[in-house]
Ligand binder design. Structure first.
Ligand code: F0G
Length: 430
């Protein structure tokens, strides 16, 4: 960006000594006082400055600033008072270290962890909770591996609705449990896995009348469509060749297919990208079924470090099959080791994500190696959750695992002595 301010320099707040903008000192070289930055020389009026500030996107108040409600015409046209944080408007990132690791120079990362509660769930939840309010629900509920419950808790609080969440006891990441408690949801730690939680909440919905806000609820998927709509908009409606997404309960896989179908029908895009739906190998019933052309529905007892996608009997099965068929998509499984390595690369690039999110990038690498993703193809991998969702796994990986994983970044405890700092700096140089 070219500025109109002609000069920037530094001045000591104590003695007035001035030094240049590019001087390396962080204190006044004369008196050791603290420095301040000065800008001068603007020739613009206040009106002109305001215009220039507005040339950059501005965060407005409420749903008008939402990356979900931007698409209201094809999401929920009749809603008049959306319950919005606001959410969406997440970045599409380009990181060389991740592209290199995946062997895919055309890889972009759509970071859904940059939503208000740290996952893509907020996109579905703004629509789901809006709908709950429209129909006069008295309470809302969900089963969750942690992110849906965090999001539901936050949106229900904003709508003033009581929330009930069912999570597997001891089976969800620390950040997510903490959020659900903080946002005030009644949190049930169910002695069982996610699949048990889902059965239980469905029974509670049928028998006890609470409004169900799992991704079984089609209004959730209308919101989740906007992940795809927004990334297409960011690419000026030029479809990428592939969209890779981590898959657990298959809500996103289903929503992505619907978004692409509608975008094509509406003439927003000329070509439908292929969906790569990526599961953890210990929780991969959908990948197993894909290998048999979906002849039968598989169910497994799920096990993976990526607790967000530790799901053995995905709910949105049929609609996800439709997505894979319609987009000439693929379903694959990646190991926990691949997920953790991909995550370490994404984290060390400064982007960061939770373990399940990294499955998308690990999946891209596998597809490149197989030759399914061809050189030069454009790929968007969706990162579904924020790095701080699962601090437990980070501490295990970097601090505790023996032997240290290749990409472990061990912290160094030192005495409060300069020589210790010097020693560490030298080690780094080696
Ligand atoms: N990534 C993250 C971070 C998730 O939290 C989830 C699902 C997925 C991927 C999989 O998406 O279910 O649409 O295939 N989390 C749900 C939850 C199950 O309860 O938070 P999906």
């Amino acid at each position: 960006m070219t500025g109109v301010l002609r000069r920037t320099w530094q001045r000591c707040a104590d003695c007035g000594h001035e030094i240049g903008e590019l001087a390396r000192e962080t204190r006044c070289p004369e008196c050791h006082g603290l420095l301040e930055i000065l800008h001068a020389g603007t020739a613009l009026s206040a009106e002109q400055l305001k215009q220039r500030f507005l040339a950059h996107p501005v965060t407005a108040h409420g749903a008008v600033a939402s990356g979900v409600w931007r698409f209201q015409d094809i999401v929920l046209p009749t809603a008049t008072s959306p319950v919005s944080w606001p959410e969406g408007n997440t970045p599409l990132l380009d990181r060389a270290a991740v592209q290199q690791w995946a062997g895919c120079p055309g890889l972009l990362l759509k970071h859904e962890g940059m939503n208000p509660t740290g996952s893509f769930k907020d996109r579905g939840m703004t629509v789901g909770v809006t709908q709950a309010q429209r129909i006069g629900a008295s309470a809302v509920a969900c089963a969750s591996t942690g992110n849906t419950s965090a999001s539901l808790a936050a949106y229900a609080a904003q709508a003033g609705l009581p929330a009930l969440v069912f999570v597997p006891s001891g089976g969800i990441a620390l950040g997510k449990l903490a959020q659900s408690l903080a946002y005030g949801a009644r949190t049930l730690l169910v002695r069982g896995d996610f699949d048990d939680c889902l059965r239980l909440v469905e029974a509670a919905h049928r028998e006890l009348g609470v409004y169900l806000l799992n991704s079984i609820n089609p209004f959730r998927l209308e919101g989740q469509k906007t992940i795809v709509l927004e990334l297409l908009l960011q690419l000026a409606w030029h479809s990428p060749d592939w969209i890779a997404v981590p898959a657990g309960n298959l809500g996103n896989t289903a929503a992505f297919g619907k978004a692409l179908r509608e975008a094509k029908e509406l003439g927003l895009i000329a070509r439908v990208p292929r969906i790569a739906s990526v599961q953890a190998s210990g929780a991969a019933p959908f990948a197993a079924a894909f290998a048999e052309d979906f002849a039968v529905r598989h169910r497994v007892r799920a096990e993976t470090v990526a607790t967000a996608i530790k799901i053995g009997d995905p709910a949105s099965w049929d609609r996800a099959v439709r997505t894979i068929r319609e987009t000439d998509g693929v379903v694959l499984a990646v190991s926990d080791a691949e997920i953790l390595e991909a995550k370490a690369v994404i984290d060390a690039s400064g982007v960061g994500c939770e373990p399940a999110s990294a499955a998308s990038v690990a999946g891209v690498r596998q597809l490149v190696r197989q030759g399914t993703i061809r050189p030069g193809e454009r790929v968007v991998a969706v990162l579904t959750g924020h790095v701080l969702k699962d601090p437990g796994i980070l501490l295990r990986y970097h601090q505790e695992m023996e032997p240290a994983p290749a990409k472990a970044n061990r912290p160094v405890e030192i005495e409060s002595h300069l020589r210790d700092v010097e020693r560490v700096l030298k080690e780094r140089k080696r």
